[in-house]
Design a protein around this ligand. Structure first.
Ligand SMILES: [Fe+2]
Length: 195
């Protein structure tokens, strides 16, 4: 029997203390940002992630689900040159932290008034490219896309609630077709980080 990676255990303890002392998800996530920034700089975590499997095919590694507060820790492992699609996370607050490689986070503005069912005009408003240690806070309904870099990349995600099949429907946007559709988030693949 192995034991859970020590840095993950410590990170979970930190998050649980933040969740238990703050009542709303916005302040929890703002405080968790610093904890995630430190977590993705841990050399033992980065070394461990070299062996994690690819999450191609709309998957997430599911590292942890909190039994009391419902927050979730996920990981994504992107292949070089991965093209991300434009989406939102519905009601969920999400922290997205880069552990290895380079990725770009694109943010989009919604241009139309949202009154026409299935119709959406979105416009790229900013692109930030990051490497290990870069953490983005993505509020509910913010429209964005994560783009892979030239090499394999790995990110750690903290979500205020579990997303994926059978949870909440998230928005997906096609700027060329000017459409908005809804679908479930990535398939959750349970994955334990053992020392
Ligand atoms: Fe996202």
């Amino acid at each position: 029997m192995g034991t859970q990676l020590a840095v993950l255990e410590r990170f979970i303890r930190e998050l649980r203390s933040i969740w238990s002392t703050n009542a709303d998800n916005q302040s929890r996530m703002e405080k968790a940002k610093g904890a995630l920034e430190r977590f993705v700089m841990e050399p033992s975590l980065k070394a461990h992630s070299a062996d994690w499997p690819s999450t191609e095919g709309h998957k997430n590694l599911l590292l942890y689900v909190d039994p009391d507060f419902d927050f979730v820790i996920n990981a994504v492992v992107r292949v070089p040159g991965r093209k991300g699609s434009i989406h939102d996370h519905a009601d969920a607050w999400v922290l997205y932290g880069l552990l290895d490689g380079t990725e770009s986070l694109e943010r989009y503005d919604r241009i139309d008034d949202g009154s026409k069912e299935g119709y959406a005009e979105v416009k790229l408003s900013s692109v930030t490219t990051g490497t290990q240690g870069k953490v983005d806070l993505v509020p509910p309904r913010a429209i964005h896309a994560e783009q892979g870099g030239d090499n394999r990349s790995v990110a750690i995600i903290v979500r205020s609630q579990k997303l994926g099949q059978g949870t909440v429907l998230q928005g997906r946007y096609d700027p060329a077709a000017r459409t908005r559709t809804e679908g479930y988030g990535p398939t959750q693949v349970p994955f334990e980080l053992m020392a």
